[in-house]
Ligand binder design. Structure first.
Ligand SMILES: [Zn+2]
Length: 115
């Protein structure tokens, strides 16, 4: 993923006492969701995704960590990503292993569009 890529934040904030995972945690579903920039439900393809940021804590360095929960307003599909603002960007460290694959697939899709 492009490091300059921004995620739209209209997130709600909630305090939580620890990081957690919620909803659909299947690799393929979450991979697709990340590839679609956290904006498209993998079940019904709706772009009405509600995000809730559960802040679990912060450090003296200023970085917070916690869990962001994404929920489709249309069908209720839910997934979550743990984040740590002190990790390598993007702060959703669970997605790091997918980034190369996403980049590659996007390149391939661009090439296809040119044809
Ligand atoms: Zn949905």
């Amino acid at each position: 993923m492009d490091k300059n890529e921004k995620i739209d934040y209209e997130a709600k904030f909630v305090l939580s006492n620890k990081q957690f995972s919620q909803g659909d945690q299947r690799d393929e579903a979450r991979y697709l969701f990340v590839k679609n920039r956290y904006k498209k439900c993998v079940l019904c393809e709706s772009d009405e995704i509600e995000e809730t940021n559960h802040v679990a804590g912060g450090r003296w360095s200023g970085g917070c960590y916690g869990t962001d929960v994404f929920k489709c307003k249309k069908c209720g599909w839910t997934t979550s990503f743990q984040y740590d603002e002190d990790s390598e960007p993007p702060c959703y460290y669970e997605t790091h292993r997918w980034l190369k694959r996403i980049e590659k697939e996007r390149e391939e899709e661009k090439e296809k569009e040119k044809e």
